[in-house]
Design a protein around this ligand. Structure first.
Ligand SMILES: Nc1ncnc2c1ncn2[C@@H]1O[C@H](COP(=O)(O)OP(=O)(O)O)[C@@H](O)[C@H]1O
Ligand SMILES: [Mg+2]
Length: 117
């Protein structure tokens, strides 16, 4: 069976990293990468208090960006793991984007394609 590879990229609130991290760790996937990211959605940003300058509106949200490259047949499980631990049904809880991956290489073994994952 020749499966394709997909990249799943999720932007989630910072406070959802811990539950999403542990849900992803329990899946049979090769790994995942995350980093802190700045961005914004459509809604106006919340007012933030800061000592001397009073209250101001930050231009961006601080979110967590997670990406995972998996076999096609794991996509739904990864998406479920993220949504079931990061979503409370509110707006502003982020996005998940899914892309086709042309190729992948494991740096150590030089394996290519699905077997590199
Ligand atoms: N179309 C998009 N492309 C890339 N990142 C996005 C997009 N929409 C939202 N984001 C990211 O998701 C975060 C939350 O956005 P979202 O859940 O759409 O909230 P809002 O209700 O404010 O539109 C944003 O701060 C941004 O980092
Ligand atoms: Mg939005």
């Amino acid at each position: 069976m020749n499966l394709a590879m997909k990249k799943i990229e999720a932007v989630i609130p910072e406070d959802k990293l811990e539950p999403v991290f542990s849900a992803l760790t329990q899946l049979d996937i090769g790994g995942f990468t995350y980093f802190t990211a700045k961005g914004r959605g459509k809604r106006p940003r919340e007012m933030v208090s800061s000592g001397r300058s009073g209250r101001f509106q930050s231009a961006y949200n601080v979110n967590i960006n997670i990406y995972v490259v998996v076999h096609d047949n794991m996509v739904d499980k990864v998406v479920d793991a993220i949504t079931s631990h990061a979503s409370t049904g509110m707006s502003g809880e982020g996005k998940i984007f899914i892309y086709n991956v042309d190729d992948a290489i494991d740096v150590g073994t030089k394996k290519r394609g699905e077997s590199s994952l």
